[in-house]
Write a protein that binds this ligand. Sequence first.
Ligand SMILES: Cc1cc2nc3c(=O)[nH]c(=O)nc-3n(C[C@H](O)[C@H](O)[C@H](O)COP(=O)(O)OP(=O)(O)OC[C@H]3O[C@@H](n4cnc5c(N)ncnc54)[C@H](O)[C@@H]3O)c2cc1C
Length: 345
Amino acid sequence: MPYPESMRASLKLLEATRAERLREVMPRMDPEEKTALLQEFHPDFRAEGMRPVRVGPNTGDRVPNEFAEQLEARSRIDPDAFDLSQIDYDVDVLVIGGGGGGSTAALIAQEHGASVLLATKLRHGDSNTTMAEGGIAAASHTHDSPYLHYLDTLGGGRYVNKPDLVQALVLDAPLVLDWLLKLGVMFDREPDGRLLCSLAGGQSRKRIHSAKDYSGLEMMRVLRDECRNRQIPVVEFSPAVELIKDEHGQCAGAILYNFDTGRYLVVRARTVVLATGASVASTSWAFPRPITTGRPPTVWSLPTGPAPACCTWTPSSTIPAGRPGRNRCWAGSVRRHSAGPEPTW
Ligand SMILES: Cc1cc2nc3c(=O)[nH]c(=O)nc-3n(C[C@H](O)[C@H](O)[C@H](O)COP(=O)(O)OP(=O)(O)OC[C@H]3O[C@@H](n4cnc5c(N)ncnc54)[C@H](O)[C@@H]3O)c2cc1C
């Protein structure tokens, strides 16, 4: 498909400045310069776009206004009218979310002998994972180590990320990479067969493993196939709208809403895995304006993704006891405790 007219001028400018840009050395910024740039352009640093959450375990956390509104919204379920005695699915593990995280959780749970149901809002694989282009970071080469990955990740997260999460990320990354390779993900390779690694922002070593520019799509292709091959039941177009608690206050399942039939589905599960992705998409205002450098303008925007799960607000209901109570239970949201610019890098 030819480029639209509106992009041609931009392309010409890109071509005209390519040689100059190839020679250009970007001066390193000191922490004060970085902070000034972030405060000017990054939505997370705009005070008026954030406010504290008023309810639930995230009370007091400053999050984007839109996200706070979602967390505080009323349930679409009327606890007095809802019948929990009709159980549609009864499984060991309910995985909510059909991206890379959810599919991986479903596969691992099944490998350990659990009966699994994967419920997802759209099609299995409609997710941020499918849109990820760059690749997956893992210290897989001899010039690298999880320790260096850890330091880079803490620095990339401006030292506000949770060290134990970062530790889990960097230690698991080589194992997960190996697992994905064994399942059949076709990561790029050097002519001699070694895995190709490239650099990413904030990384001191080449550790990004890609599949051309469709890395996430390639991973999702294999993970989804694997779920199919292992006959893991998948309920599509059925977002979880509530979590359900048992009489001990433990999460015991979820209520799904089937978009096709308009019916609610009750799932009873011993374990519920929330793998509904990030919620940055709820920031509607994105980066305020293009960063203009004399080069073709770069328009920044936050990744678009699925809406956060509604399951952070739930009626205190029991299965199979019938009438749900009125108090709500909550699943805390972990915001900005991920690794860095990309949670999985
Ligand atoms: C354009 C883009 C490029 C990226 N590039 C990179 C990269 O190069 N490297 C990198 O490491 N990361 C990258 N990322 C980030 C990375 O893709 C995500 O961090 C990662 O895929 C998250 O995986 P996940 O399974 O947790 O969530 P997702 O892949 O977002 O999956 C969440 C799933 O949950 C479903 N869902 C949501 N709400 C509900 C609900 N209530 N009930 C049921 N299902 C629900 C969604 O439909 C979806 O299927 C990129 C992201 C984007 C958008």
